[in-house]
Design a protein around this ligand. Structure first.
Ligand SMILES: Nc1ncnc2c1ncn2[C@@H]1O[C@H](COP(=O)(O)OP(=O)(O)OP(=O)(O)O)[C@@H](O)[C@H]1O
Length: 602
């Protein structure tokens, strides 16, 4: 394949030429679209840099004039040339200072505008991407995109570009000024360029590999950190700290090791660079000194030539560094543009069908489903769930219950066939109507940081406070909410640190009750609640289910009792379908499960 699409191949180190080209084009397209809105400021910045650098470079030439023309005139009582030189020198300094101030402000505005634009695009886009993307692209990676990658781009914008443009212009202007002032000294400088170019190229080639390794190592550190912290409960429960410490230690060691190598390279490059600078200055001084004695050039010109030669080497070190910040930013841009290129696998319909009030009739027609083409999870099947029916989905782990539920919520589209609500294919239903009509309550009952009322209010953002309370009362959550320190205003920490698992479920029931969907899908928590909590949750559940179609992934057989119909799934197929009583009496799998459950109660 000659192109890399989206985030695939992101972890690879090598690309074919055609792939590299396609990645570069993609990055440049993104960069172009980011810079387009700020193009006027960019041109203004460039003009400022050209003028300010020219003003800076004029300094030594003015000094040469002051010495060579001004001093003899001064001896003849003529103050004019020295005065002019002094004034011109101060003026160039003032112009330079003023322009640099303008430059810093403009450059900061450009970099801020570009970064905010990019950050927003990445956030909005990843939020829009379907569940399929998020189930395979870990949160550590997405955080890397938003943090270290954006940082690399910020560094390039804030410092790299500045170094490049100013450094290159400075060197070019200095070389021109020197050749113009005294071509022989200019020749010495040009001769010094040859070893300089070799040295810098050597440094770049050696450091490039190290910098790449350093970036990989720091990305791994972030991923490890994020995964540990998001899974901190499991980490502590399974005493994984030691192993994490060891793994983290190895990553840190790797990172330290590669950075030490980079520093070692700098320890060679910088001194050699300095040495070359000194040698060039000494040569210019030596040759120039003889020529001053011979009367070939004047002292002021020699002084200017020495200053120019010395200054010529100043930006070199930064220029060598630019290459690396450029490399980091380029690879960051490649990855970010990959994420931005990903399309939602469950696209919004081009011409959506409106469905104002759904009755809740769900149908699967010839549906087949596979996450990956090589493994069918749900073989072709039909299923009709009439409006208002409560279905309990049971079956062993991995049987495909959640997958079936995700198809109803249209987190995924079927590989073939259609899932429809009131006869409208979900893929054609207006996304707003779909989200209003079908709500899925997941096992973890996620609570966002904010108050309890905010969390319930998510079900219907325009709901007044008394409706929120009504919803909480309906599902039996009101009492415990009232007993919280600030009642409905209590801040629930992320993942509901302050409320128990059962209470969290009740809050999510209240949220769903407020949303009042025609179809409710509920992934029942597997965690065993204590009996009073379980009873409270069961009661809340019954109120919640009234008057709507419900599909419950039932882990507790007590839940099955309140269902109108039970579907038993086995390896992606519905193997039993009937009312709880029918199935218990039928002697099939469900009957076996049920009698095992009853035995466990005795
Ligand atoms: N995102 C995914 N990508 C690929 N395969 C998946 C994905 N999610 C689930 N599967 C596979 O699909 C099959 C059905 O999984 P599913 O989660 O639907 O089972 P389940 O019956 O809900 O199980 P459980 O009761 O354990 O939650 C499993 O074999 C699982 O490995």
């Amino acid at each position: 394949m000659s192109t890399v699409i989206g985030v695939q191949g992101e972890e690879r180190h090598e690309y074919t030429k055609a792939e590299s080209r396609s990645l570069r084009t993609r990055s440049l397209r993104l960069l172009g679209s980011l810079l387009h809105p700020v193009r006027r400021m960019l041109w203004a910045t460039l003009a400022i840099v050209v003028v300010s650098t020219a003003a800076q470079v004029a300094g030594p030439a003015i000094i040469a004039y002051g010495i060579d023309q001004g001093l003899p005139a001064l001896l003849a009582q003529d103050w004019m040339p020295v005065g002019l030189a002094g004034l011109a020198y101060v003026l160039t300094g003032a112009v330079g200072a003023f322009l640099i101030a303008a430059y810093i402000r403009l450059a900061a505005r450009i970099s801020q505008a570009v970064l905010i634009d990019l950050r927003t695009r990445v956030f909005l886009h990843t939020q829009k991407l379907s569940l399929e993307f998020h189930e395979s692209y870990t949160s550590g990676r997405i955080i890397s995109r938003q943090t270290s990658d954006l940082d690399a781009i910020r560094e390039l914008l804030d410092e790299g570009i500045n170094q490049l443009i100013r450094g290159v212009l400075y060197m070019v202007f200095t070389a021109i000024a020197l050749v113009w002032l005294d071509w022989l000294s200019g020749l010495v400088l040009l001769a010094a360029l040859v070893p300089l170019a070799f040295l810098t190229r050597w440094f770049q080639l050696r450091s490039q590999a190290y910098f790449r390794r350093s970036r990989v190592a720091s990305a791994k550190l972030i991923v490890q950190f994020v995964e540990t912290m998001t899974g901190i409960r499991a980490v502590q429960a399974f005493r994984k700290e030691r192993r994490n410490e060891r793994e983290f230690g190895e990553l840190v060691e790797d990172y330290r090791d590669v950075n030490a190598k980079v520093l070692a390279l700098f320890a060679i490059y910088n001194p050699l660079l300095n040495l070359m600078g000194y040698a060039a200055v000494a040569t210019v001084l030596l040759i120039g000194g003889f020529r001053v004695v011979d009367g070939g050039i004047e002292v002021g010109v020699l002084l200017a030539a020495v200053l120019y030669t010395k200054r010529f080497f100043d930006p070199m070190e930064e220029l060598a560094m630019f290459y690396n910040s450029y490399q980091s930013a380029a690879s960051a841009l490649e990855k970010i543009s990959g994420v931005l290129e990903e399309e939602p696998s469950v696209p919004d319909p081009a011409d959506p069908v409106d469905l104002w009030t759904a009755s809740g009739d769900v149908r699967f027609d010839g549906v087949e489903f596979a996450y990956t083409p090589d493994r069918v999870i749900l073989p072709r099947f039909d299923l009709d769930i009439p409006a208002g029916q409560t279905i309990a989905l049971v079956g062993s782990t991995g049987a495909g219950k959640s997958t079936l539920a995700k198809l109803i919520a249209r987190f995924y589209d079927p590989s073939s066939g259609t899932v429809s609500l009131d006869g409208v294919d979900l893929a054609r239903l207006h996304p707003k109507d779909l989200r209003r009509a079908i709500v899925m309550v997941t096992q973890e009952a996620y609570l966002f940081s904010g108050s309890v009322a905010d969390n319930i209010g998510l079900g219907r953002p325009d709901a007044p406070f008394d409706e929120i309370v009504r919803a909480a009362k309906a599902v039996g959550a009101h009492e415990f909410i009232e007993s919280l320190p600030n009642g409905y205003d209590t801040d629930v920490n992320k993942r509901g640190g302050r409320v128990s698992a059962g209470q969290r479920q009740l809050i999510s029931f209240a949220r769903a009750f407020l949303a009042n969907p025609a179809v409710l899908i509920l992934d029942e928590a597997t965690s065993s609640l204590d009996i009073p909590s379980e009873r409270a949750v069961q009661e809340g559940l019954q109120t919640l289910l009234k008057g709507r179609t419900a599909v419950i992934i039932a882990h507790r057989l007590s839940t099955v009792a309140i269902a109108d119909r039970v579907l038993v799934m086995e390896r992606g197929r519905i193997v039993e379908d009937g009312s709880p009583d029918e199935l218990i009496g039928g002697g099939g799998r469900f009957a076996a499960l049920h009698s095992a459950w009853q035995d466990s109660l005795v």
